[in-house]
Design a protein around this ligand. Structure first.
Ligand SMILES: Cc1ncc(COP(=O)(O)O)c(C=O)c1O
Length: 435
């Protein structure tokens, strides 16, 4: 907090496409897609029009006991987008909320099925699912959450797989240890475990940790075999971030629950959704006195403005999907990243998939920067001078552009990042050694 407080504040006034402009009139490339949300760019005429059309009708009407057209239409569209069987949609307004809902639905399902002892949760090492008490409990996000452990419920974690890939080629992929550890855990604890939660394909907040293709499918198959629900948290990876509109559909997996947020409204408005299987939905039906209903709600659940924008976002995304635009853009991004950073003396490792990347920084020749040196933060601050907004994660830079960036703009993102690294790190290393 103090670091941010000591920096001159950067106050955004407007946006256009992949660019943001501050109150001083300086323009920046939005290199983290306004926290991994932006799809079609800022101030998109189609999304604006969808929002304005809905604004002329009603800005908010509750979905608690009522319905409205954009909410119903969006639920139907999400069910069409998702793999067959994920037919029911519960709206919330942020990613953590969507995950909390999936967890609570799983917990309640097992109670309703007469298996109240199935209460446990399994997560993947390094997992991040949000900052609320429940999502912190099932995540494994180091010092971000450690302080609050005492207030969460216990969860088990299994080791992440190994996956090193570059230039679109998998060079090392080993999920055997990870899957064996998961199977051992399930063998021992499935009878007491409600669900497993996984960010499929890429763990974003862990620093873009990649999973080998097919890993999520193997995890889901093991869960099915041992009678444990599987929750896919696609809050980050969904809506084209990795190429396909949904990772589960690409992997051919129907999870029991699917959590969506971030890109759902193209980065315009807070909206999230938890999709559930039809048979799970039906388990919650019963007379009022049976108390089978899912008692959970949020005031702005399924807000009509957000739902209208989400529908337009998905319509436009489908056009890109039909034209194969996202894989082509991702391939270009990958080539640019490899050319700039794969052999850079200050880059320990480069990981990228789809339109997302992590660049781990190191002193030339190896070793670590002292924690207090804040190497990546300094690179991000320098990047502002080159008209680029980035966020650090420890000693890594995370590049998560709006999906709409053109190839020349992706080139700008990479070259401005490179310039910031080259400006800061050579001097910085001798400075860090001296101090
Ligand atoms: C995979 C994943 N799940 C959940 C969340 C939490 O979403 P929100 O910040 O909207 O609560 C995030 C946020 O980064 C995320 O990356």
């Amino acid at each position: 907090m103090q670091e941010y407080w000591e920096q001159p504040p950067l106050v955004i006034a407007s946006g256009q496409g992949g660019w943001l402009t501050d109150v001083e009139g300086r323009t920046y490339l939005d290199g983290n897609a306004s926290i991994w949300t932006n799809v079609h760019g800022h101030n998109d005429p189609d999304l604006n029009a969808a929002l304005q059309r809905q604004l002329g009708r009603v800005a908010h009407a509750t979905m608690l006991g009522l319905a409205h057209e954009p909410g119903a239409a969006l639920a139907a569209e999400l069910a069409r987008l998702a793999p067959e069987g994920l037919s029911r949609v519960f709206f919330t307004d942020n990613g953590a909320g969507a995950v909390e809902v999936a967890l609570k639905m799983s917990f309640q399902y097992w109670q309703l099925e007469g298996r109240p002892e199935k209460r446990g949760v399994i997560g993947l090492a390094g997992g991040y699912h949000g900052d609320t008490i429940g999502t912190m409990a099932v995540g494994d996000s180091g010092f971000f959450h450690e302080r609050f452990r005492a207030w969460g419920f216990p969860a088990d974690h299994f080791p992440a797989p190994i996956c090193r890939e570059w230039a679109g080629v998998v060079h090392e992929a080993d999920a055997r240890e990870s899957l064996a550890a998961l199977e051992a855990l399930l063998r021992e604890k499935a009878d007491r475990t409600a669900c497993l939660i996984l960010e499929p394909s890429v763990q974003g907040a862990a620093g873009m940790r990649l999973q080998p293709p097919g890993f999520a499918r193997s995890v889901a198959a093991l869960c099915r075999q041992y009678g444990v629900h599987v929750i896919f948290d696609e809050v980050f990876v969904g809506f084209g971030r990795l190429g396909p509109l949904l990772v589960c559909a690409e992997e051919g997996v129907t999870p029991d629950f699917l959590c969506l947020a971030k890109g759902l409204t193209g980065g315009y408005l807070p909206l999230a959704a938890t999709l559930a299987r039809e048979d799970i939905f039906k388990t919650f039906l019963g007379s009022y006195e049976s108390r089978r209903a899912f008692f959970h709600g949020h005031t702005f659940t399924g807000n009509p403005l957000a739902a209208a924008v989400a529908l337009e976002n998905i319509r436009k995304l489908r056009e890109w999907d039909d034209a194969g635009a996202l894989p082509a853009r991702a391939a270009c991004f990958g080539r640019l990243l490899e050319a700039a950073f794969a052999a850079h003396p200050h880059v320990r490792e480069l990981r990228h998939r789809g339109l997302t990347a992590a660049i781990d920084l190191m002193p030339a020749g190896g070793g670590e920067y002292p924690v207090a040196a804040r190497a990546a933060l300094r690179v991000c601050l320098r990047a502002r001078d080159h008209g680029l907004l980035l966020r650090p994660l420890g000693d890594s830079l995370l590049l998560v552009p709006p999906l709409c960036l053109s190839e020349p703009e992706l080139g700008e993102l990479v070259s401005r990042t490179l310039r910031a690294i080259d400006d800061v790190l050579p001097d910085f290393q001798s400075h860090a050694q001296r101090s």
